[in-house]
Ligand binder design. Structure first.
Ligand code: NDP
Length: 263
């Protein structure tokens, strides 16, 4: 299938690790140029250099940026505009989950979580919209979690914030139509940097990574029996943001190995 991404420009927030990095690589494989951002300079440089060495220095831009900071995001957008003159695709991927129950979530944690989930969408959408407005194939993709529909008791504030983001995605899809398509992916457990950090912090240090992942998949009752790979998410994101999915907007794609319980 021709995704018609040759020569297009995509921005992937949080493109220095996991799903974001896999998505950046997939866009490049399809012939698009990609700008990524992240906060940790070393991780960003490693990812940017690795992508540039395969796809060429002109096709990759890596900019240090915290998506919860308006000034950072504006600077990122300016750097991208100077680099390519515009963009066609924005993937709002940066972020992470917070593991807390209602009882142990403080007011500050609630504020931090709501700020991360909402402003990691609001600031990039605002900063990149003038460039998306000039594209003839503009698309925004929101990376979200199945927690939006199926909250977990130990991820109370994250789940609540994620439900709000699904509402925001729908509102943006309506307000920006027909010129910018807006869709989301709602993910189950994907084997990325987040899970690597949780593996490193595991209680039973004798457990190998494979054993730990298998036990996790079993405890979560994932029908496919394993965690997802970042590349499995990246391929879906790249399709949904490509001109090949031109009639898709306001949609949400669940990629969870079958773990959802609702119809
Ligand atoms: P990773 O930790 O591997 O990657 C997260 C990326 O986001 C990194 O590049 C990180 O870089 C960046 N990032 C985090 N916070 C910010 C910030 N404030 N500003 C800019 N960049 C930031 O995790 P995943 O690939 O798993 O996560 C990608 C997205 O998918 C996240 O939004 C996550 O919540 C979501 N998700 C993941 C699931 C999973 O099971 N893996 C399940 C459901 C949703 P740095 O830290 O250097 O800033």
């Amino acid at each position: 299938m021709d995704l018609s991404l040759e020569g297009r420009t995509a921005v992937v927030t949080g493109g220095s690790s996991g799903i974001g990095l896999a998505t950046a690589r997939q866009f490049l494989l399809e012939g698009a140029a990609v700008a990524i951002c992240g906060r940790d300079r070393d991780r960003l440089d490693t990812a940017g250099n690795a992508l540039q060495s395969v796809f060429g220095p002109d096709n990759v831009l890596a900019v240090s940026c915290d998506v919860t900071k308006d000034g950072d995001v504006k600077d990122f957008a300016k750097a991208v505009e100077d680099w390519r003159g515009g963009i066609d695709i924005l993937v709002n991927n940066a972020g992470q989950g917070r593991m807390t129950t209602f009882a142990d979530t403080t007011d500050q944690m609630w504020r931090d979580e709501l700020e991360l989930k909402y402003f990691s969408q609001i600031y990039p959408v605002r900063a990149f919209k003038p460039m998306l407005d000039k594209s003839n194939a503009a698309a925004i993709l929101i990376v979200n979690s199945l927690l939006a529909y199926q909250p977990e008791p130990y991820m109370v504030c994250t789940s609540s914030a994620r439900a709000g983001i699904q509402s925001l995605a729908k509102s943006l899809a309506t307000e920006f139509a027909p010129s910018i398509r807006v869709n989301s992916v709602v993910l189950g457990l994907i084997d990325s940097g987040q899970w690597e950090r949780r593996f490193q912090a595991r209680e039973n240090k004798n457990q190998t990574r494979q054993e730990w992942i298998s036990a996790l998949a079993k405890s979560k009752h994932i029908p496919i029996g394993r965690l997802g790979e970042p590349e499995e998410i990246a391929r879906a994101i790249v399709f949904m943001t490509s001109p090949a999915a031109g009639y898709m907007t306001g949609a949400s794609l669940e990629i969870s190995g079958g773990v959802s319980r609702h119809i």
